[in-house]
Design a protein around this ligand. Sequence first.
Ligand code: F0G
Length: 339
Amino acid sequence: MPGLMERYRGRLPFDDDDPVVSLGEGTTPLVHAPHISQLVDADVWLKLEGLNPTGSFKDRGMTCAVSAAVREGAKAVICASTGNTAASAAAYAARAGMTCAVIVPEGKIAQGKLAQALMHGARVIALRGNFDQALTLVRALADDHPIALVNSVNRFRLEGQKTGAFEIMESLDELDALAIPVGNAGNITAYWKGFGELGVAPRLFGFQAEGAAPLVLGKKVDQPETVASAIRIGNPARWEEAMEAMTASRGDIRAVTDDEILAAYRLLAGREGVFCEPASASSVAGLLRYGAGGARRIACVLTGHGLKDPGTALDQAGGVIACEPCLSAVEEAVLGGGD
Ligand code: F0G
């Protein structure tokens, strides 16, 4: 499959002879979720964005942002990140032969994401602060140096990410609502743009973690906290756009607790066979808590792959069963004590 810049060139701000930095992103599966559908009494589909090349939806935006940076002659890219943007920027920069620096909150990014950024050769800076501080700092840095900023304040990121909406509408003729996690609020803004360009207007149900829910509270959160480290953000850059999208779509932005996020995370893996990261599960957690709101067909954006965060998975999952290498012991281990 060609990458999304080739597939959607006519709808993106690139000309035919512009450079394209691609890893074959997009064209992710949209799978029906029978169990969750039954629980919320609606038809629910899961958009598996963890199947993008670096394991998250960020690749949709990054192919455009890094291609635009190459077109502008930039030699380096930079971002602040809770992990996924860093992994994606590092991969696309490596592909383009550019240098990449990422600033992440120290000790607060999942292991898989850190491994990716390092393997792709990025300079990884662990900030003794949170994501919001990191974003403020990289914005100032990018103003003073010839480095392309590839956070979702970069308009090309949103252009690429709007293609998620295109793909959903190619698979489903009608959609009543989209459930989506909200952190820095770039993705909900991008989806709304994509739907708008198609002339459709599903309701947008955005979900934030309760300890990091500035859009729900209507004020910044100075010290955001949540197990869903990807959305541990207290001052979203796309605040106004997200609120506008929510209002225009007659949607809602609501909070879910860490316990609800983790319950949805386990349910998705255990009952639907879909392993996403905790932040992604907040979209399903929100549906389970607040219901479908009358929507009959709902798509949930599962933003990142479960393998990104092995630490949380191992905390949440059952333990392994140690076993001696003989048949009776294996039999007992497999069949369970006396059952
Ligand atoms: N889900 C995942 C897995 C994410 O990594 C992010 C954001 C979001 C949801 C929220 O998307 O910010 O557009 O509202 N991650 C960014 C990062 C902040 O640095 O990787 P958003």
